[in-house]
Design a protein around this ligand. Sequence first.
Ligand code: ATP
Ligand code: MG
Length: 201
Amino acid sequence: MVDQTNKDERYKARQQKVKDEVDARVEAAQEEKGLFLIITGNGKGKTTSGFGTIARAVGHGQKCGVGQFIKGTWDCGERNLLESHGVNFAVMATGFTWETQNKEADTAAAQETWAECKKMLADSSYDVVLLDELTYMVTYGYIELDEVIAAISNRPAMQSVVVTGRGAHRSLVELADTVSEVRNVKHAFESGIKARKGIDW
Ligand code: ATP
Ligand code: MG
């Protein structure tokens, strides 16, 4: 019985210490500004995380925009839902594929979507802008890295931006406030299981 009381007290003291440390850190964080987040890596969960952030912001009544730089052949569940909640979508024209044979057409399609995104990045009425799969546009040279850095750096002070996609350029990683890398432990596709509506798109 005495033993149990001692254990409980030690537990309480430990938890109090953790709480004090967290409180001190919360107290120390004084700056308020829009954030630049990157979700990168080879594992599944980047786009869903980006859209999760958009859903979170929409739930708070915030204004959001989404630029989608790789349009799949399937319709996008998140777009079906969020467009009807006032989220503005700029989606890359059909015709773009992974096995691209036409750099000129792909560059033009990327540029068209990027022009729409730049408008959102310059508009202080947007609280959160998701640039889904933007990393590839930089990797393939469809959009200039310097342009992306300039648009994100010069955005309105309270606006947050989320960029998703594998292989985020190190200059973008450097500029970002929060960077998460999703690691692939295993994926159903590797076991020959087909992509599923509601899970994969
Ligand atoms: P999600 O949209 O599910 O969050 P993601 O954005 O992290 O995935 P992408 O690289 O954009 O991943 O790929 C999109 C599609 O590829 C999804 O259908 C996803 O399930 C699938 N995918 C993601 N990671 C892997 C992987 N490591 N192996 C095979 N397929 C993957
Ligand atoms: Mg994705």
